[in-house]
Design a protein around this ligand. Structure first.
Ligand code: UTP
Length: 293
């Protein structure tokens, strides 16, 4: 196999309504809720950057303008930090800032589903394979999940989906894949289903929210009918794409911990786990947590 096209671009769909976090998300996007001192979306952009992504495409919606501001420079703030000699804070702000021209923002005018949000990025992605990261899902691991996936992609080409096991009695809540070899780190996908009825799932491996997709997904999304929940479902489009002989799908098993920051318990747990990783916070936090139990 000739070496596959490099993955340069990543799409971040951030147009969802975040109803599970109301009223916090009435005026503020859920992607800007903070895990320790960084917005959730910054953690996910960090993961993409660490995997070598060069262009960050955000599919936004109403009330999401602050995400664009977050990834822009803040001249007055930077000058004030400089004048006050806050060199560390200034260096960190500048480190996190994408270079000029490395971000694109497009709008999903109505929240018609994840598949529709991805389709909204079609012109910016163009005719090349791309990464897709769901910002709600924090993948906590020594090696960034997307870096593992790009390594697998460079070996096998095609499409890749990150997966992780869930208890068998919870498979009906997730997108589930069937694979040739459940124990392998990377395995050919033999089937996919969105929220299978209890007892019918092809495995207990759920789709965790990291993907590498070929651009041939876009024309499928364009004509995609609404699926579960009346939304245009990405999984339905991937099922269509996987039927083509030239479009293999691989599952890449993620071995770290996933925090669903779109749900309250996941978000709170992420805050604790990420704070415990920080040497300047961990001991004090452990002391406070012990007082609660
Ligand atoms: P979710 O269903 O978890 O997000 O979608 P939501 O709709 O914001 O959350 P709740 O259920 O109302 O609390 C998963 C991801 O897909 C994006 C969301 O922003 C989230 O990152 N999404 C979903 C879109 O961008 N557009 C959509 O139409 C739907």
């Amino acid at each position: 196999m000739s070496s596959p096209k490099r993955i340069r671009k990543a799409v971040f769909p951030v147009a969802g309504l975040g109803t599970r976090f109301l009223p916090a998300t009435k005026a503020m996007p859920k992607e800007m809720l903070t895990v320790v001192d960084r917005p959730v979306i910054q953690h996910v952009v960090d993961e993409a950057k660490a995997a070598g992504i060069e262009h960050f495409i955000f599919v936004t919606g109403r009330n999401k303008g602050v995400i664009e501001d977050h990834f822009d420079s803040q001249f007055e703030l930077e000058r004030t930090l400089d004048e006050r000699g806050k060199k560390k804070e200034l260096a960190e702000l500048r480190r996190d800032l994408p270079a000029a021209g490395q971000t694109s923002f497009t709008r999903q005018q109505a929240p018609l589903g994840l598949g529709h949000a991805v389709w909204c990025a079609r012109d910016i992605v163009g005719d090349e394979p791309f990464a897709l990261l769901l910002p709600d899902m924090l993948h906590h691991a020594a090696t960034p999940c997307l870096a593992d996936m790009i390594a697998a992609y460079e070996k096998h080409g095609g499409n890749h989906i990150a997966v992780a096991p869930v208890p068998e009695d919870q498979t009906h809540q997730y997108g589930i894949v069937g694979v040739e070899d459940r124990a392998a780190k990377v395995s050919r996908i033999t089937g996919m289903v969105e929220k299978p009825k209890q007892g019918t799932a092809p495995s207990n491996l759920h789709i965790t929210g990291r993907y590498i997709l070929q651009p041939q997904i876009f024309p499928i999304l364009e004509s995609q009918e609404r699926g579960a929940g009346g939304e245009i479902q990405l999984t339905d489009a991937m099922i269509q794409l996987s039927k083509r002989d030239d479009q293999a799908f691989h599952a890449v098993r993620f071995d770290g911990t996933i925090y669903d920051c779109g749900a309250k318990v996941g978000f709170l747990s992420a805050n604790i786990a990420y704070a415990l990783d920080r040497p300047e916070l961990s001991e004090a936090l452990k002391t406070e947590l012990k007082k609660l139990f």
